[in-house]
Design a protein around this ligand. Structure first.
Ligand SMILES: NC(=O)c1ccc[n+]([C@@H]2O[C@H](COP(=O)([O-])OP(=O)(O)OC[C@H]3O[C@@H](n4cnc5c(N)ncnc54)[C@H](OP(=O)(O)O)[C@@H]3O)[C@@H](O)[C@H]2O)c1
Length: 276
């Protein structure tokens, strides 16, 4: 683990919040000495969060905790804003008090999809509650501390969580033909790659980073790389509660690209096959 400022003189004490989530599991592998499992405070409890961070006194906090159900956020706006928004004020203030770097994950859904590609400096304009709540989280970090890395990412799949790849494989066995939208475009991202890249970003300057696997596709194209019995359809044909941006393609202008999502998917499918 490389960390610019204090690594040379003292060991890094890392705290992972949300370590039991899909990305959190892969973060535990990349940061094996991190404090995590079984000791997570509820991040919406200000006293608990600040006491926990104060007592642990970490120099790196990685927050992978979030309310990630995009449609659920429409129905439970208050929870979404507490977990994805307000809690980041508590975490940022606590990190600032102990002088810890904060790495936090945000989303492509803070953009409205009216442009085909988004760089880090583009103006956010979310069109659903999840995106609004995650944008509030970003704002709360930036207003309450300076040594942060906000990593915006998209379309996560990882071996330790429910995700699109698993859903496609399940539906493929249940249906003759699976219909998947072919008019929403983004960048699938493998959580193992994102976790490894996080270690690199800790050593870079504070700021916002767009980190995804390389390559753009529609959900249908993503599905077609996983299963054979899939047909394209339009978003209008599916009634979902949250609006999704047409294009949510994040462009990374600050660091080296990660491998293509198809290569990452190949690794994911091999791991899953071995576990069967
Ligand atoms: N999944 C995606 O496609 C995607 C895309 C873009 C960005 N992101 C961002 O990437 C990050 C990781 O996503 P993920 O898919 O790995 O998430 P995930 O699998 O849903 O894991 C989130 C974790 O946060 C925990 N959590 C929820 N509320 C909490 C609270 N109040 N206090 C403490 N922990 C709490 C959850 O615990 P419980 O399960 O017990 O609730 C879960 O372990 C998130 O910031 C997400 O917004 C995800």
């Amino acid at each position: 683990m490389v960390y610019r400022k204090r690594m040379v003189v003292e060991e890094i004490k890392t705290l992972i919040l949300g370590a039991d989530g899909m990305l959190g599991h892969d973060l535990q592998k990349v940061f094996p000495d991190a404090v995590s499992r079984g000791r997570d405070p509820d991040i919406t409890d200000e006293v608990l969060v600040s006491t926990f961070i104060q007592e642990l006194n970490p120099n790196l906090v990685i927050n992978a905790a979030a309310y990630t159900d995009v449609d659920g956020c429409e129905d439970n706006r208050e929870t979404a804003f507490r977990v994805n928004g307000k809690a980041l004020e508590y975490i940022a203030k606590a990190c600032s008090n102990v002088g810890a770097v904060l790495v936090h994950y945000s989303t492509d859904y803070i953009f409205d999809g009216s442009k085909e590609e988004y760089v880090e400096s583009d103006q956010p304009c979310p069109i659903n509650a999840y995106g609004e709540s995650k944008l509030l989280g970003e704002k709360n970090i930036m207003e309450n501390m300076s040594d942060y890395r906000i990593i915006r990412t998209s379309w996560l799949f990882g071996v330790h969580g429910k995700n699109f790849v698993e859903t496609m494989m399940r539906l493929s066995g249940e249906m003759d033909m699976v219909r998947v939208v072919n008019d929403q475009f983004g960048k699938p991202t493998y959580t193992a790659d994102l976790a490894r890249k996080t270690a690199e970003i800790v050593g870079l300057s504070p700021g916002i980073y767009h980190i995804t696997n390389d390559g753009v596709c529609s959900w249908y194209e993503f599905a077609a790389a996983i299963i054979d019995n899939v047909a394209p359809c339009l978003s209008e044909e599916f009634a979902v509660r949250a609006k999704r941006p047409r294009y949510s393609v994040l462009v990374n202008t600050k660091t080296t690209p990660m491998r293509h999502w198809k290569d990452a998917l190949g690794e994911y499918l091999k791991i899953k096959e071995m576990r069967r």
